[in-house]
Design a protein. Sequence first.
Length: 31
Amino acid sequence: MIYVLWVVGVLATIAVTAKIVGKADNAGKLD
């Protein structure tokens, strides 16, 4: 279970990072 939670945490972190980067890219394109 510990490994499963760790993997989920990593995937969640990647997803959040991707969203932040995506917003930054979109803002840059709009400007």
